[in-house]
Design a protein around this ligand. Structure first.
Ligand SMILES: [Ca+2]
Ligand SMILES: [Ca+2]
Length: 447
């Protein structure tokens, strides 16, 4: 998806304060929306096909799998790494720039209005120019501000692990407000873009909703157990506007977004279970990953709090990030083995919970996948490679990711040479029917 400068100029002639960088990204924050829904109308890969991969930072072994990729409207991917932040040009499949700091980068960065924001593992929060990779601003933040910020409407909201929730202007980093929810917090905030921001206090076992304008409390509620998961906020009618909290005892609890009244709670696993967090699919269905000493599973819960299905997977797998849901209702998530040799897996489930595919990865994968508007599913791995899953397209005969005249040449060369791949219709012989079949597929192009 490329921008249209002409249209942007016309819009600006009508009077706009910012250049065209104010547009939303394709997947600008962790779980795509500031409400952290984790769903998209884009249809993702139905086969475990890795279209391409590229190394994004050879030094990033220990954090390369913790944060998720995000994407701006030009198709550029941003990823936190051991020494800061990298931008990846997904057309050229190369690193566009690296923003290097003397500390570890955080989990998932956030993009808004041409600025990428992330927090370092110990001491600073940074705003970086998305186009050039130049640092725009940085501020000391001693409370470990590295858990995925959320950005929307020119403001970035983030927590510190010391229990703070803060808001800064994305353009210059100026502090808009700061509050304390307790002495520790680990839930990356969600913003409903209707006036409220949501997070939780680990130390006080509380769900928090505050006014995005000034940080004043909207409501605070006691949770059944502590949580470090982010809380999606569903604004659709089916859920009546709810914020969902998943705690470490595997309780999934629904609160009214505005009043904080509890709508329901459901227990999805054993006490002392871990939680991977929850995402919201189409029609308000909730998908939550849980793991405990006996089992690992992905659960689907309807908007009224009833369990729809629970699919178990390998007992030595741990899933530590919420899933995402594509336009067909396919559910994608990652897991990794807790054994001494870490092996990661990418899972795709059908909407009924049955397994569509599972792909073993070379090393650990632990973050939520990201689904780009062209249907490519991105997963970053502790082997420091970014993997792009995409269903094969027959018209892309040379496999370079695009259907163009080079594919016609490649096909005709294979056909002339009697290459088995030139049996395009798969009937066992290579003849003019294969040329017709290829040209038909080529005319149809690739999605
Ligand atoms: Ca091609
Ligand atoms: Ca044939």
């Amino acid at each position: 998806m490329r921008g249209t400068p002409g249209a942007a100029v016309l819009v600006c002639l009508a009077g706009c304060a910012l250049p065209a960088t104010g547009q939303d990204g394709a997947w600008p924050v962790w779980q795509r929306t500031p409400t952290r829904l984790g769903n998209t109308t884009t249809v993702g890969p139905k086969t475990p096909t890795i279209g391409w991969s590229m190394q994004f930072d050879p030094d990033s072994y220990d954090i390369a799998y913790n944060g998720s990729p995000i994407m701006d409207a030009t198709g550029r991917v941003y990823l936190c790494v051991n020494h800061g932040l990298v931008a990846i040009d997904t057309d050229a499949r190369e690193v566009a720039w690296s923003f290097v700091i003397s500390d570890n980068g955080g989990y998932t960065p956030a993009y808004d209005s041409g600025v990428v924001v992330f927090g370092s593992a110990t001491d600073y929060v940074y705003g970086v120019d998305a186009e050039t990779g130049q640092g725009l601003w940085s501020f000391p933040e001693p409370g470990r501000p590295n858990l995925s910020p959320v950005a929307a409407d020119g403001v970035v909201y983030y927590i510190t692990q010391f229990g703070d929730l803060k808001a800064r202007a994305i353009a210059d980093g100026s502090l808009l407000w700061a509050i304390q929810m307790g002495t520790s917090a680990y839930s990356a905030p969600a913003a409903d873009q209707l006036g409220q921001v949501f997070s939780s206090s680990w130390s006080h076992t509380q769900a928090w909703a505050v006014l995005s304008a000034n940080g004043a409390q909207a409501w605070v509620r006691q949770l059944p157990a502590r949580t470090q998961a982010t809380m999606p906020v569903d604004l659709d009618a089916a859920s009546a506007g709810r914020a969902y909290y998943m705690d470490r005892n595997a309780n999934l609890t629904a609160f009214d977004r505005l009043t904080g009244d509890q709508a329901w709670t459901i227990k999805l696993g054993n006490t002392s279970a871990g939680m991977a967090g929850v995402s919201v699919g189409h029609e308000g269905t909730l998908y939550a990953g849980v793991y405990d000493f006996q089992s690992r599973s992905m659960c689907a819960v309807d908007p009224d709090g009833q369990l729809l299905w629970k699919t178990q997977f390998a007992t030595d797998d741990t899933n530590s990030s919420p899933p995402i849901v594509d336009g067909d209702g396919t559910i994608y998530f990652t897991s990794y083995k807790t054994a001494s040799t870490p092996i990661g897996r990418v899972h795709a489930l059908n909407p009924d919970g049955s397994v569509l595919w599972i792909k073993d990865m070379p090393e650990r994968v632990a973050s939520s996948p990201m689904l780009a508007p062209d249907g490519t599913l991105y997963v970053n791995c502790s082997d420091t490679y970014l993997y792009a899953f995409k269903d094969p397209c027959p018209a892309d005969f040379n496999g370079d990711g695009a259907a163009n005249t080079l594919d016609v040449l490649a096909f005709l060369n294979a056909w002339a040479a009697g290459d088995a791949r030139a049996d395009f219709n798969g009937d066992g012989s290579i003849n003019t029917l294969d040329v017709l079949a290829f040209l038909n597929a080529w005319s149809a192009g690739c999605a």
